[in-house]
Design a protein around this ligand. Sequence first.
Ligand code: E4P
Length: 217
Amino acid sequence: MKFFIDTANIDQIKEAQDLGILDGVTTNPSLMAKEGITGEENIKNHYIKICEIVDGDVSAEVISTDFEGIVKEGEALAKLHDQIVVKVPMIKEGIKAIKYFSEKGIRTNCTLVFSVGQALLAAKAGATYVSPFIGRLDDISTDGLNLIEEIRLVYDNYMFETQILAASIRHTMHIIDCAKIGADVMTGPLSSIEGLLKHPLTDSGLEKFLADYNKNN
Ligand code: E4P
């Protein structure tokens, strides 16, 4: 399972990279705005900065919603760095663009996916990643994890190569459940990743080991 961090915050990206388990980064226009990154040039420079910190894929989202605009923006983003994956919304024009990009060898992440039908279309168009947003489904009393299960079943039925990138992860249990289901990738906040570290028996066990060592040395 690949681990992506879902942020545009440089400190958090560095912290996750330092852990040694980071496989990539996802961003979106809201996450960029949260870090105060505005203006085309600043946004592009920020993507390059992120690519220089991590070893893996960095999703950079287009803001156009028409085919020509998505293609123009996506091609410019892909040229920024070979780690860039063009993030395209799940809309009709987006599907056309994903098909175009896949024929050109430009990698894509189909975002804002909320149904198995949408995920099927993304795979047919040749998306590298599909991003079902599980937290946002949970927010509206719909089972986000069930969507991951359904997409896994459909992709396995036809051996689609599109990777399931479980997005909108809100907490550590989401990561564990996605791993059980077989999501290829998860993207979440640093706190959700760090939650995997925690167990009170680890803390108390280590405390005792160190106390016993210190008593005798
Ligand atoms: C995915 O790539 C998105 O950036 C993200 O996971 C959205 O998550 P949210 O629902 O927490 O905004």
